[in-house]
Design a protein around this ligand. Structure first.
Ligand SMILES: [Zn+2]
Length: 330
């Protein structure tokens, strides 16, 4: 009788264990299926992108460019923060990783307003949308899932979005030049008038990128920068003179994303290098901390960061504005 009961108990326990395992498997399969559906739904979005109409490109040197500053100004517009672990975007195996400092300090999310006296006003990046101040934001399901896995959260406050900040200054931008198509840089586009074009590196809008920026680019003219039309300007293989007068330069800095772009504004008060996410933090720039292997192409990202550093080492008058920290005083 005892052994009968023991056998029945063992069978019941085995059945229970099998039921629990099946439950976990079903949950796992549902999560994977959900992620695939989210990915597919946003990733197959088709975009109508035309080539950015480039002015004539002339070969030149950085010395020549910096000898002729233009009457342009740059202002950083803080649109919100991403709270999370800064180590997520860096290579934890880097020998200088300890130089990072407070890894849990919030990362700022900025846009940059460039004013040109005759060409008008431009934005570089769009920051976080108004929706982040109240309604939880406008990220795609896939991006929200990824950020949740990293324990990161984007936040903003009323009036911090670029559209509100530009409106309070009475400014309507002629175009938005994007460093890359990640949600924290494209989100704010949705609040801008639909006629304002968005410009980004050709080939940046891959399937995976689309799955993460979702509808941020919808309904407005889209232009792609073709770096093949530019000249080499060492240490960079290709740069573009965006307005044809040497005021705003696009620098191809791939790696963080497929065709990431950094910008150089040749301002009267001194040249300003806007790295975008080719370099997220000041400590990363100073100590050449490698980006995480989780970026689109780590080798390319390391080369891009090295190029930006080399430019700064040659021209220390550059003001370097990194992707996710407020600018430092010169
Ligand atoms: Zn970013």
């Amino acid at each position: 009788m005892d052994s009968d009961e023991g056998a029945t108990g063992a069978i019941a326990r085995r059945t229970e264990r099998r039921r629990r395992l099946l439950g976990y498997a079903a949950l796992g399969a549902t999560l994977v299926l959900g992620a695939v559906l989210i990915l597919v739904a946003a990733g197959f979005r088709s975009l109508d992108v035309t080539a950015y109409p480039l002015p004539e490109q002339r070969p030149t040197t950085w010395e020549e460019i910096f000898a002729r500053p233009r009457p342009v100004t740059v202002e950083v517009l803080l649109t919100g923060t991403v709270d999370g672990d800064r180590l997520v975007v860096l290579d934890k195996g880097d020998p200088n990783i300890e130089e990072l400092g407070d890894r849990h300090a919030p990362s700022t999310v900025s846009a940059y307003w460039v004013h040109h006296p005759t060409e008008g006003d431009y934005l570089i990046d769009a920051g976080l949308a108004r929706a982040f101040a109240r309604e939880g934001g406008n990220y795609t399901g896939l991006l929200r899932l990824m950020l949740a896995l990293f324990g990161a959260e984007s936040r903003s406050t009323d009036g911090a979005d670029v559209t509100s900040q530009l409106r309070s200054r009475g400014i309507s931008p002629r175009a938005v030049f994007l460093t890359h198509l990640h949600g924290d840089h494209t989100s704010g586009l949705v609040d801008l008038p639909a006629l304002v074009p968005a410009v980004f590196g050709r080939g940046e809008d891959t399937f995976m990128q689309k799955a993460m920026f979702g509808d941020h680019l919808d309904g407005r003219p889209l232009y792609a920068l073709d770096f093949d039309k530019g000249h080499a300007l060492p240490p960079f293989k290709r740069v573009l003179d965006l307005l044809g007068d040497g005021s705003i330069w696009a620098i191809s800095t791939p790696g963080h994303s497929p065709n990431h772009v950094s910008y150089l504004v040749n301002a009267q008060s001194g040249p300003v290098l806007i790295t975008g996410d080719a370099c997220a933090y000041h400590a990363q720039f100073e100590h050449r901390i490698r980006p995480t292997p989780g970026v689109d192409d780590q080798e390319a990202a390391i080369r891009s960061l090295a190029g930006l550093r080399e430019l700064y080492d040659r021209f220390p008058q550059l003001q370097v504005i990194v992707g996710h920290e407020p600018p430092r005083r010169r």
